[in-house]
Structure formats: structure tokens, C-alpha cells
Design a protein around this ligand. Sequence first.
Ligand code: PEP
Ligand code: MG
Length: 890
Amino acid sequence: ETWVYAFGGGTSDGDASMRNLLGGKGANLAEMAKLGLPVPPGFTISTAVCVAYYDTGRVYPATLDAQVSDALAALEGKTGKGFGDPENPLLVSVRSGARASMPGMMDTVLNLGLNEAVAAGLAGKAGDRFAYDSYRRFIQMYSNVVLGMGHDEFEHILDDYKEREGLDLDTELTADNWKQVIVRYKEAVQKELGRPFPEDPREQLWGAISAVFDSWMSDRAIIYRKLNDIPANWGTAVNVQSMVFGNLGDTSATGVAFTRDPSNGSPIFYGEYLINAQGEDVVAGIRTPAPISRERANTLGSSDAPLEEAMPPVYKQLVDVANTLERHYKDMQDIEFTVEDGTLYMLQTRNGKRTAAAAVKIAVDMVREGLITEEEALLRIDPTALDQLLHPRIPSDDENKKAGNAAYDVAFKGLPASPGAAVGRVVFDSEEAFALAAKGEDVILVRVETSPDDIKGMHAARAIVTARGGMTSHAAVVARGMGRPCVCGASDLRINTAKGEFTARGRTFKKGDMITVDGVNGRVIAGAVSLINPDLSGDFGEFMGWADKRRTLKVRANAETPLDTRTAVEFGAEGVGLCRTEHMFFDEERIPAVRTMILSNDETGRREALAKLLPMQRSDFEEIFRILGDRPATIRLLDPPLHEFLPHTDEDIAGVAKASGLSAEELRRRAADLHESNPMLGHRGCRLGITYPEIYEMQARAIFEAAVNIFKEGKLKPVPEVMIPLVATHRELDILKKLVDETAQKVFAETGVTLDYMVGTMIELPRAALAAGEIAQAAEFFSFGTNDLTQTTLGISRDDAGKFLPIYSEKGIYEKDPFVTLDQEGVGELVKIAAERGRKTRPDIKLGICGEHGGDPASVEFCHRAGLDYVSCSPYRVPIARLAAAQAAI
Ligand code: PEP
Ligand code: MG
């Protein structure tokens, strides 16, 4: 079996397609060598070795040693140098390289192969300062990553030495100085490990190879794999590559670059480099690297010479290589290079990470450049990433600098929990946030953490900031759902509500102070930054147009307020798939009438209160029909259990008493009557319509009167879709459909206008899914309420799942949160059964889904396969669903 694959020097055993076996880095090095690009030759020890190593209790395959020896001999042949040969030494780098890039693993050992004799030999050839500087770097790195010694220990020795010799900068140390430092380094190794630093280059090499394989099972790597769904049995490869030196003087350099700007996607060569330096110097931040291109230098106002001016021929060659790589990989590349005495070498290439904005721009540009097709462009973008593009944002640091502004005054940082940016005044209390927002103030809600009691304040706030909680905390989840920017888990934030202030990093901010929340980068900035509004036309619009051409699923939105409905239309919703009418009941002004209605003892009392609500609901619906134009709207009749509307405080009760004429005592008794132990399975949904038909009758009347009024305005002809929730049997639907039909006929007779309308049902209970054949006799459409259907199928309460579901995910019982990603094996089966049985009864029945899953890409893909007609999701997820639906269709 072949364990080792060579690359460079005119041959390549592997190529980019062998990523699984060679790891990302090894496969791309092989591919670059194959393309004839200047890659220092080397070889890759495959991931299969790693797998075998762990299968056998950390023993290498028997033939590996011989294959590595052969590869090393071939490498000596290609380079004309000898490993461990003081006359003409071959030095190598050793790097890990898994299939997916994986922080947490052993990274790099450079200059491997140096020992006393080789360093002396190298000194004769390349200068003694260079040789001994390289040697001490090697000892330091190797001792750290292979021998497991602390990095600080060596820094300590060096600082100590410099102080004693009166030296300040590393560059002031002569070869003799370094030699003395090296003696001290080696003593430290001997002392700590009880054995000398290895002199034998082969022992060094095997030490480094084993360190890479061992790091695959390091705690950090295991945790990273867990978080990112990377299987342990993928293994890592090891890349051994001949060294080239960027630190041979002023004709040498090293750098990293992106072939396009990863922050906004613009096609400029984006990167930085250092003259006379080795790879890790660029990232280490000891010296500030200079920009590569003149254009980028101008953007940054950098005074350092860009590579374009410092080494024009190398720059030109680098740009050629970058273009070759982009054309070859058909994607933006992230590259590493070294210039050794005027000669360019490529050390790495991979597809570059980028922001969502850059991803769209690059994909669209590449279609225009003829590099990729529209379909390839669509498949390349993660739908959920689009969320970042739908919110106002702060200018990037570059844009800010270019505009001549001072750098942002970052007050503190936290987790980037919900994207977008917002400016407003600090408020610590949800009620206060609500009150100030009602007066038209922009407020930012700052809290230790949030709970369901804060919903009103969160909704009223422009953004939310919390001191505690992770990416799935209440604040984070709710903020994302509402489309509010959020920074959470900001550990530097200390809130003192009593004093009305917070402190962070030694500064104090008071209630009312202006701050800017940057939810994309998890920053909170002092003062007001002027924001950039999202551009839904341009590249984004064109890209979404391609998606719309390909998808067959329609996309609607869950919306009931005019603002949400307008947002939904702007984001491309083709209608409203779920208008939750109870949200109209929660309105501050209406709640007294709602409460009076609920607490009335009899039908007459209820009808009186309902008569007050009728005009309000009607005008809500008129507004929605107007905004939607000729797009359809599915309006759901009252769903939640009545007790959700009940007054809680004495003040509330007194208010209702006044409005209803009932005594406070009677109201309390009635409220107690309505109490349920399990409201989710209680008196809710169509059960309300069955027991209090006058409620549904009022709502149906409001819908039809609104539709007629809009029709009479002369421009539009609404086709309302009236939806009955939580149906279990066709008998419920039969009764309620009759009620809706009769109400429609009454309104039509009264107004002299007859309109088309539909009556349908939600499928939210397993019984409804199974009885879909009978239910479809009366239902003209089904909308799968997969929130409730998940709850009732799995027997897991939506409200309590958070307590144990994370452990279920951890144990892989449900791989994904079933309230986020549809449980296809269970809930999905019921959806399929209901769709099939419903269609059998009524072939043209319209089928959609309106649970949270309607905005989840994997669930959208399922809906496409299950042959549904549409998905409906929250407005900010509409573009995500459009793209996911297109990807499902490609
Ligand atoms: C559902 O149950 O999936 C649904 C959309 O209804 P709600 O979330 O309002 O219960
Ligand atoms: Mg429901």
C-alpha cells in the first residue's frame, strides 16, 4: 500500500481530487505542482497512515519507514541537497493538513534538519547570523510543538540574555550571541526533559511526524471536531516540504494574500508581506507587514512600499500565479508564498474564507467573468449567510478609514449573536425600552441576560446586548428571530441597574448614552456610527433573480404587522403564509376589549366586546391586503389558549373591571376557571372556535369585510385564505368551515360584492396528518404547522425543550434541534403521509409549511422533495428560503 505521495520538482503523485487522502494542504500542493507552479518539492504522508496509527494503538504501518526513507532520498535528488549533510543541507518544514482546515492541531515546524554540524555548514554557505538565527528558531519551535515545552520558557531565556548583554532588539544579536542563546536553550531542554535536544535529523523528522499524528487526538482538536461535525476517522495528513527562506536578506520575503478582497469581494489583490522574514513573522505581529499591491496600499494609506514596488518582477509573477489559481479552482484563493533571493515559491493555496457580502459579489463577478455558471454560483453560497446582508451594517474598518474617520472606539466585545448593526441609547429595562420606543426613540436594550419577560422590550429595541449567555441563549435566539442585531456573552460588561450605568474595560456608560452595536463582529462601539443600509438590488438582486428562476417552491412569509408584511415583500415574499391574528389581540390598546371578551360570563358579553374588536381587526387586514397587492394571504383564526390574554396584576384587573362592569372578584374567579395545567394541549386552536363560535365569526367577518372594502377601492381583488388551527378530526373542520362560509355569504349579501376565498386547515397534530384524506374533503389547503407537529409527534414541549434537548444533541439522539431542523424520519413522514392522503382526496389541494422550519435550508430541501407548493417563514428568512429552494431544485 502507498502511504507517501511526492510533489514538486516536475512530478506529482497526487492532485486536488485526493483531498480525503492527502488533506487539503497536501492535495493543493500536489495540484499546484501539477500546474507547473513553483512549489518547493516535498511529500505527503497520507491520512490513511493516521487512521492506521490509531487503529493499531499508535503503531505505524510496517512499510511506512521505508517509504519515508525513499521519499526523502528522492527529495534529496530533486533539490540536490542532503538531509543532515553539513556541506549542502536539506532543511524541511513539517505541517499537518486534514481534509477540513482544523485549528487545534499541531501547526508547523520549520527549519527541521538543523544540528550543530549542519548549522555550522549552513553558516559557511548562507552567512553565520542567518544559520544560527534559524537554528535557535528551530529549537524553540520544535521544543514547543513536538517536545511539549512552554513557549514562554524560551522567551524568558532570550529576554534574560538580552538584558544581561545590554541588547534591545532581536536584530541586534550577532551569530555569536545566538550561539550562546542556543546553549542555554539546549540546557533548558535537558533540564526539563532529562534528555538532550535531538541532534539526529531523522529522529527530529519522526518526532515531528508523530507530533502531528498525536495532535489529531489532542483535547483542542477533539472539541473542534465535535463542534464542527468532523468525524474522528478522517485523520490528518503530514506534509514534509523542502524549506525555502524568506529571511536571506532584502531580496527575500514572505507573505499571505487573498486573490480578491475577502471583506467585500472586490477584485483587488489583497494581502501583505514582510521583507527578510519567515512565515510565522507575518502572523506573529512582531513587525507590521506591508500591503502587496499599490492599490491596496493607497486604500490603507500605507507608507511602506508595496511588493508591487519593492519587487516588481516577483509581484508580476505572483499576480500571474494568483490568476492561474483562480481560473483553475474557479474560486477566490487564500495563498501563502515565500520569495527566496528573488525567486517566488508557493507554499499553500486554498479557497479563501469570506464575508457573506464578499461571497455574493465574488460569485456574481465570476459568473460575469465566465468562470462559473449561475447554478454553480447559487450552490456556492450558504443560504443562512444571506442573513448578514439584510440588515443595516457599520462600514468595515477599511471603509471607515477610507472615509477619513477615526478608528472605531470599541467599548467592549462579545459574541456576534445576530447580524446587523444599530445605533441607539442605552436602556436597562424592558418596560422602559418599550415606552421610549413608543415615543420614537432608538434604544439599545442592555441586560445581564434576557428571559421571555423581555420580549416586548427586545422587540421595541433596535438591538440587544447581554453580559451572559452564548450563541443559543434566549437573547441570541430571539434576536435572530426578530431580526434584531445582538451581541451577547460580553464578559467585560458589568451592569449596575441601580445606578443606571454599566462599566466595561474601565469605562462607565450611563443610561441614555449613545452606543452602536455591531452584531456581525460582536462589538459595541461608543457613540453613533452612521450605518449603511442593505442594498437588495445590484449584485444581490441579480443573484436572487437567478435563484428565483430555478426554484419551484414558492416562498411566503409569516407576518401580521404592516412593518413585517412590508419587510417580507421587500425581501421577495410571494404572499403571507401565516398571519397569526392573536398578535393583533396583544396590542396595548386592544387588550382591555380582548380581556373583557374572554372574561365575560356569557355569549352576549363576549359579543359586545368582540364588536369593539371587529373594526380594529378589519383595518389590520385591510392594511395587509393593501401591502400585499395581488399576493395571497393566509389568515389564521385565533389559536392560543385564552389564559395567555388574562390580566395578571391588580392594576390590570381593575382596568378590566372598569371596562366590563364586572367585579374584580368575579374576574379573578373567572381567570382561575380558565387556568389550565397543560395549555399547549388544552383549550386552544379550533377548540376555541368550537366552544366560542362568536370569536371565529367576528374574525371571519373582519376578514371578508376587509377584502370587500379593498375590492371596492377599485385596484385589488384579494382572495383571502382562512385557516383553522389545531384541527384533529374532519368534524371540527366541517363545523368551522360552515361557520366561515355562512359569515362570508352574509358579508357578500350585505355588501353586494362576492369574492373568491378559500378555507383550509393547519396540520399540527399526528391525528390530522393521518386523517388528512377525510380532512381534505373540506380543506382547500393544508399548512403544516411543524412547530406544533414536532411538539405533538415527539411529545416534547416547545417551551421546555431547552432544558434537555442540548444533551440529546450532544448524545446524537436528535442530531439537530428538531424545532429548528425538521425531524424527517418522524415529523417528515407524517408530512409526506398527509400530503399523499390529502392529494388523493383533492388533487389540487395547496400544500405549504409555516413552522419555523420554513426558513431552515435543510427543511426547505425536504419540502421541495416532498412536493409541497410553498414554505412560509419569518420575513428575514425569506431570502434564505428562496436560495435554499433554488439549491434544492438544482
Ligand atoms: C406551528 O405550530 O408550526 C405554527 C406555525 O403555529 P404556531 O407557531 O403559531 O403555534
Ligand atoms: Mg401551531
